[in-house]
Design a protein around this ligand. Structure first.
Ligand SMILES: [Zn+2]
Length: 591
């Protein structure tokens, strides 16, 4: 039992003198916090039902509960009061300031200070989503799915067939173009309702940064990684020229790469196929995969998942004969902003799910960690959106380490792989081109689009200038303004100003991994095993438990001693840079 010191001494607690603004803020937040939490729970429960059992009545319930949550979060009274109180931030506690800022960010999507504008934005978002989802791609006059086009780009060695598939994949751009231009004004308008210059400024403010600071952050990432990217780019263009029996180009033709946007460069390394080890024949079941993931966390000192996780999650594919349809995208949900954490997956016994299950539980353990009395519901979230993905990705990275996989019986004890080939595949498929795409092209284009008054007749020209300058990629044939290639990227339409979170998360992942390997495990970051080390769990909890109560820069500095930067990522791939320099000796580097 715990006794409060004041009661033990038998004297009344000395009332702290609070500023009148602090008192007013506390009264206000006593209203907002519980309402926010219960509306979130109702909305999440309805969205969960709609995702795990897709049918019209569940969709309708989800829509109404979302409207109820938006009506509360965007309420003009809340916006006015939070803004007024924030004008006296010097007299408020830092955590109170953060709660009030969160009230405003929650309002930003649907500010009811201008219901007409908000209504138009919601209607336009819905229309754009349905145009996007309903678009039918055609190849040689025949209907083909986006997956079908991707398959051609993954498998075909015939350049004219590849070019046709690549060109077909860009045909939804023109039909999405006008909607995107209208959405720019509506999104900027909603951000301006909250006092931000534009929509990009609002997104940067969620990280406590100005637009210029956000752009500088990403440019600095790329400056450090550029020598490695140049080497990878050179190696890739020589490899692909050989594969397609073409002269070596300066920039990479977009249709030579398997991904429609050149965001990751897969299929170039006959690397490592872990699926050969995680399958039914080797004794793996879906249940065993999820239990192995939970065991990872138990072994580093976290508690068991709550019983409700196992009762309420939807972890496996719909059984044969069941007519229910469920969303196939893996996710982890924080239903009540407390202990009701659930995961939606369709785990099957293969390596992809082995890694994904660890990733999703990474989100789940983060959610459970910040659901503690020191964190008010408004701040039960990661330090920034990027931190959630960083934690989940960190766990994925830890569980792809060969020593961990040997310890869990995934790999046989005598397993050996060429470490440079593993690193090369990792760099190409998951890390380095992705940075130049996300931190580069995507972020620069969106900043220009929302904040830079990009003329509507320059959208495609500016896009391709960025792709060429930053990624070193060019289209197979000229792309005039009759096309709108940025709009072919889903996130540009439905998750605007958000993509850079993935890039920040990747940078963070390497920083945390580097810190853990060097300072706690004292192991090589390329061959580490977190499992069984309780100090790792203790370390993770020091920052997971804070949720969003502290500025992310302080949290990162306290946790790693460093600012956000790509040093750890560059160091991780340093052996690869050396190897590539040897391979590329005498070759034409750059574009
Ligand atoms: Zn995730």
């Amino acid at each position: 039992m715990r006794l409060f010191p004041a009661l033990v001494l038998g004297v009344p607690m000395i009332a702290q003198t609070l500023s009148p603004y602090q008192e007013r803020a506390e009264r206000f937040l006593q209203l907002v916090n519980p309402s926010y939490q219960s509306l979130t729970a109702i909305q999440q429960e309805a969205l969960w039902a709609a995702s795990t059992n897709v049918k019209p009545e569940n969709d309708a319930a989800a829509e109404w509960s979302s409207k109820a949550a938006a009506a509360f979060n965007g309420n003009p009274f809340l916006i006015k009061e939070a803004r007024e109180l924030l004008q006296h931030r010097a007299e408020l506690k830092p955590i109170t300031v953060r709660e009030l800022q969160r009230v405003l960010f929650n309002a930003a999507d649907a500010p009811m200070t201008n219901p007409q504008l908000t209504g138009r934005r919601i209607a336009m978002e819905t229309r754009q989503a349905s145009t996007q989802n309903g678009f039918t791609f055609k190849l040689d006059g025949k209907t083909i799915s986006a997956n079908g086009l991707d398959k051609i780009l993954e498998e075909s060695k015939d350049l004219s067939e590849r070019q046709k598939a690549w060109t077909a994949s860009k045909e939804n751009g023109p039909v999405l173009r006008d909607g995107l231009i209208q959405l720019r004004d509506l999104r900027n308008g909603c951000a301006q309702e909250l006092g931000y210059k534009d929509f990009f400024a609002l997104q940067a403010a969620k990280h406590g940064l100005t637009s210029e600071e956000m752009l500088k952050l990403h440019r600095d990432f790329l400056t450090v990684l550029k020598p490695l990217y140049l080497q990878l780019h050179t190696w890739a263009k020589y490899e692909l020229a050989k594969k397609y029996q073409q002269p070596v180009p300066k920039a990479l033709p977009a249709h030579w790469i398997n991904n429609r946007w050149s965001q990751d460069w897969t299929g170039m390394v006959d690397g490592v196929n872990f699926d050969a080890f995680v399958n039914k024949e080797k004794g793996w079941t879906s249940e065993k995969i999820v239990k192995t993931a939970e065991n990872f966390f138990l072994s580093i000192g976290f508690s068991k998942l709550p019983e409700s996780f196992w009762q309420k999650s939807d972890l496996y594919p719909v059984s044969p004969g069941e007519t229910r349809k469920k969303n196939s995208h893996a996710s982890c949900w924080h239903i009540d902003l407390d202990q009701d954490v659930r995961s939606l997956m369709s785990v099957e016994p293969n390596f992809q799910w082995f890694s994904t299950a660890h990733h999703e539980l990474g989100h789940g353990y983060y959610q459970l960690a910040y659901s503690n009395p020191a964190v008010p519901p408004l701040l039960r979230d990661s330090a920034t959106t990027a931190f959630h993905e960083a934690m989940a990705e960190l766990v994925s990275l830890a569980t792809r380490q060969v020593p961990y996989m040997k310890a869990t019986g995934v790999l046989p004890a005598d397993y050996k792989a060429d470490p440079i080939q593993v690193l090369l595949a990792e760099a190409l498929e998951t890390a380095i081109p992705f940075m130049f795409w996300g931190s580069g092209t995507m972020t620069e284009w969106e900043a220009d689009f929302y904040a830079g008054n990009m003329p509507a007749d320059q959208m495609n020209t500016r896009w391709w200038k960025l792709v060429r300058d930053i990624q070193g990629v060019e289209p197979p044939s000229p792309r005039s303004e009759a096309f709108c290639d940025p709009a072919t990227k889903t996130h540009i339409n439905d998750a605007p100003g958000y993509y850079f979170n993935y890039n920040i998360a990747f940078v963070l992942k390497f920083q945390f991994h580097d810190y853990i390997c060097k300072n706690i495990l004292k192991q090589d970051p390329h061959a580490a095993n977190y499992a069984g080390n309780k100090e790792v769990g203790k370390y993770l909890r020091t920052w997971l438990e804070k949720g969003a109560t502290e500025d992310w820069r302080k949290l990162l500095k306290d946790a790693t001693g460093e600012e956000l930067n790509t040093r750890a990522m560059a160091e991780y791939f340093a052996p690869l840079t050396k190897w590539l320099e040897k391979q590329n000796k005498g070759r034409q580097v750059g574009w």
